[in-house]
Design a protein around this ligand. Structure first.
Ligand SMILES: Cc1cc2nc3c(=O)[nH]c(=O)nc-3n(C[C@H](O)[C@H](O)[C@H](O)COP(=O)(O)OP(=O)(O)OC[C@H]3O[C@@H](n4cnc5c(N)ncnc54)[C@H](O)[C@@H]3O)c2cc1C
Length: 262
């Protein structure tokens, strides 16, 4: 099944083409060259991306089973957070204002400071079968999983932490309101990408209609009508300048999808 998706509306940074996406509604192999997209909150798409795969409604579900929660990978993090809060389940507070679908959130091991989603994952279902947590290589903003994730089982013990939930809400207050993909670069060891960008003069730095935010130097924002080429130019400029000044090679946290050769 295919569906036309306008990524200039669907993606969080509001940049991307209107293309046909392959909708996957059953557990199956997908061709190696297909690009998996979840909520597109961490992905910058070129005007001519490779074929796209997105999970269909079949994978949007939440089922409680004892101390575990089975969640379809196409379920939004926000829906899981509401379920956890309503049912007093701990560990899910991190999903507060963390945009994405569960497949993308787990693939990225998304989180904030020392809290990461990987910490409550029990196992993940891919075409190869179930992968237990200790076989998944969770590390900073990466799970190491290179297959389509269909379902995730979380540990779900009682005790939703309202204080932690409020704290995450407060930590989000410095985030810009313009469309973005969240943090553009990963924090290098023992440092902050935002600090390096700021000291390299990138807070508010703009190319065309894309800029590093005035509010948060590591957020690449679309000021309205920004393009893929503008975003890539600004990212490369920032990497070069930070390397020149500090000898640090910044690594993108966002997935910048390369243009396909036509
Ligand atoms: C305003 C804002 C704030 C943010 N704050 C944070 C934050 O605090 N912490 C943080 O970590 N991130 C943050 N992000 C980034 C984003 O929320 C996370 O990266 C999230 O994991 C993206 O999920 P997604 O479904 O949108 O993924 P997508 O952007 O669709 O995909 C991201 C990656 O996951 C892969 N993927 C997606 N779905 C699947 C699947 N089912 N199976 C296998 N691979 C898959 C894609 O191929 C891609 O490599 C923020 C983003 C925004 C816009």
């Amino acid at each position: 099944m295919q569906k036309i998706v306008d990524f200039s509306k669907y993606s969080s940074i509001k940049i991307g083409p209107k293309v046909r996406a392959n909708i996957v509604n059953q557990i199956c192999d997908i061709p190696k060259d297909w690009l998996i997209i979840g909520g597109c909150n961490n992905t910058l798409l070129p005007p001519n991306p490779p074929p796209i795969a997105m999970l269909g409604e079949e994978f949007s579900f939440i089922k409680k089973d004892g101390d575990f929660l089975h969640v379809g990978a196409a379920t939004s993090g926000g829906r899981v957070l509401s379920f956890a809060r309503k049912n007093n389940l701990k560990g899910f507070e991190i999903l507060q204002k963390l945009p994405g679908l569960i497949g993308g959130i787990v693939k990225m091991n998304a989180g904030l400071k020392e809290w990461e989603i990987g910490k409550i994952v029990k196992k993940v279902r891919t075409k190869s079968g179930w992968i237990e947590r200790d076989k998944i290589g969770f590390k900073y903003r990466d799970s190491g999983i290179d297959e389509l994730i269909f379902e995730v089982v979380f540990e779900a013990k009682s005790g939703f932490d309202e204080e932690l939930f409020k704290m995450f809400k407060n930590l989000r207050k410095n985030q810009p309101n313009e469309p973005s993909c969240g943090s553009c670069f990963k924090n290098p060891p023992n440092d902050f990408a935002g600090r390096l960008l700021e000291e390299s003069g990138f807070r508010g730095k703009r190319i065309g209609n894309v800029a590093f935010s005035q509010k948060h130097a590591n957020f690449l924002v679309n000021l309205g009508g920004g393009t893929y080429d503008e975003a890539v130019e600004l990212i490369e400029l920032a990497k070069d300048e930070v390397f020149k000044r500090f000898g640090v090679r910044l690594e993108e946290e966002i997935l910048v999808v390369k243009k396909t050769m036509i």
